[in-house]
Write a protein that binds this ligand. Sequence first.
Ligand code: KIV
Length: 275
Amino acid sequence: MKRTINSLLKMKDEGQKISMLTCYDYTTAKIMDKSGIDMILVGDSLGMTMLGYPDTLAVTMEDMIHHGKAVCRGVEEIFVVMDMPFMSYQTSVYDAVVNAGRLIKETGANAVKLEGGAAVCEQIRAISDAGIPVCAHIGMTPQSTNVFGGFKVQGKDLAKAQQIVNDALAVQEAGAFMVVLECIPAKLAAIITEKLQIPTIGIGAGADCDGQVLVWQDMTGMYTDLVPKFVKVFADGNRTVTEGFKAYDEEVKAGTFPAEEHTFKIDDDIIAQIK
Ligand code: KIV
């Protein structure tokens, strides 16, 4: 059954956890669609996992649309959220609405996500008023890596912790239907989850959030440039794929691949007539 905003909100009300993974391509989206996953985030983390940048800052609207279209072609049931890339919404409320509109119209996704709390509430309100569901993202917001001085846990002192709670309440008030809490202490995430009516989705924010999100190349061990503490590797995709690549290399070099069953036939009398 296709997940909707209503079914996701109902999951929070009924105490059912929401599963979300990042995804950036058609083939992986099809596999996720058959795996019971509730939501896909076409994250701007694609800058790192798909494009090899050191962070998410260089990702463009065109990058997001290219990958978002591919993902949406692969899903029937999963609710798809598109990340708004750096500088596609910070510059003005007008830019935010135009770019959110492009992400939805050009990909077929269901919602957008943007980073920031009280500072982006005008954007959240305007995008929501335009009929586009908005997922907020607070705590450690990777697009602000230069302000944080790296990918660091946020909200450990009272002032910062209170600011994150205030941000959570502000984005809900502005109309966000969901909020990602990234890299904050678990007890702080639990308080926020308790205070909010909208679902919280944690990444490095403990087990009490209403749902969890991970980068799929992290949870399958495929991406190894940076392995955050909060990642659990659920399947050793890196080893499996590496073994496949090595076996292919060996068979090609040994001449054992392709075998008879991978080969097309032609009548011998045709071959005999070829000049
Ligand atoms: O881009 C992304 O993958 C994200 C997650 C880390 C939540 O924003």
